[in-house]
Design a binder for this molecule. Structure first.
Ligand code: SF4
Ligand code: MG
Length: 327
């Protein structure tokens, strides 16, 4: 289908006392209309930073050094803060790992949900009714009376449901979700994933779902982007990537997740070795220090993306060597 969001060649640094941390390097991600795209990788791979960069909620020490973030053709990186706030309120919503990031401790849930509809020219009573409907839609029983409650009167899972209801009140074209289930228990995670899937079907919006867990991505997403140390190392449909992972990092992630699609392990993958220093980004392949297949070319040359199958690419020299294109 048509592309809703196109991130092209995005590079982002964080200033630090040690120098610039090159957190994202030449990242390209495309989110078609009506699809759910998962961004997966270990902590520190830049997946959350990517989501925050798209919606331009970045820390003061972040600097975007290259690239474009096109939503419906418009480059969000060129918008004024006011234009960006408008996009955030209408076209793009975000839910966070910690629901309290978007909830307000001193407002009742109902008041907050009425406040975020400030652009709509409808009565207070209608806003309250819409808020109750949204809560009901995300599975909160007795919504009318729960509107009077404050965030602390809900469980973690219920708070995340409220955040989803709030995000959906604006009927966004794009929902960004940054590890929304990571802090929840397994049962609650299944429910939230089911809810996101149902709402996507109902609203037809696109979702960019950031997660460290391949199993969750496989259940929810249509496409997946695998990130490692600030780079996209593989992209394709969930089905293709699980069937035939093209990058040794993706292969390792799948091996660490033995149940693959079916069984949910709640643990982070453990691949020997650690992430490279992103202040002094090494030459060659970014995965070379942890890769069981590394060879000479990997030390000096950064692998471009090679096709694995239709719509499926991975950045590994092995894919080039097997085609006989030696450099
Ligand atoms: Fe491993 Fe080389 Fe492929 Fe990098 S390019 S993933 S080091 S084989
Ligand atoms: Mg994160």
């Amino acid at each position: 289908g048509a592309v809703l969001l196109e991130v092209r060649g995005l590079s982002l640094d964080f200033g630090s006392s040690r120098g610039r941390v090159r957190a994202l390097r030449d990242v390209s991600v495309s989110v078609p209309r009506g699809r759910i795209v998962g961004v997966v990788g270990e902590s520190g791979c830049g997946k959350s930073t990517l989501a925050f960069a798209i919606i331009r909620l970045l820390a003061e020490n972040a600097m975007i050094t290259a690239g474009e973030v096109r939503l419906e053709g418009r480059d969000l990186l060129t918008l004024t803060p006011r234009q960006m706030r408008d996009i955030r309120g209408r076209r793009v919503s975000m839910i966070f790992q910690d629901p309290m990031t978007s909830l307000n401790r001193v407002l009742s849930v109902g008041q907050h949900m009425i406040d975020i509809q400030y652009r709509d020219k409808i009565s207070q009573a209608d806003k309250r009714r819409r808020a109750a409907e949204a809560l009901t839609r995300v599975g909160i029983a007795d919504a009318e009376s729960r509107l009077r409650d404050f965030p602390h009167q809900f469980s973690g899972g219920m708070r995340q449901r409220i955040c989803i209801a709030m995000a959906l009140l604006v009927e966004p074209a794009l929902l960004l979700a940054d590890e929304p289930t990571t802090a929840l228990d397994a049962t609650m995670e299944v429910q939230i994933v089911g809810l996101l899937k149902a709402l996507q079907g109902e609203l037809g919006c696109s979702i960019l779902f950031v997660s460290h867990h391949l199993g969750t991505v496989a259940e929810l997403c249509d496409d997946v982007v695998v990130m490692y140390a600030g780079e996209v190392v593989e992209r394709g449909s969930v089905r293709d990537i699980f069937k035939r992972p093209g990058h040794p990092y993706t292969q390792a992630l799948l091996e660490c997740d033995p149940g693959r699609i079916h069984e949910k392990t709640r643990h982070l993958p453990t691949i020997p070795g650690s992430l490279p220093d992103l202040v002094e980004v090494p030459q060659g392949c970014i995965f070379k220090d942890r890769c069981p297949h590394a060879f000479e070319r990997c030390q000096r040359e950064r692998p471009p993306h090679y096709p694995v199958a239709e719509g499926h690419t991975a950045s590994c020299h092995l894919l080039d060597e097997t085609r006989g294109n030696h450099s």
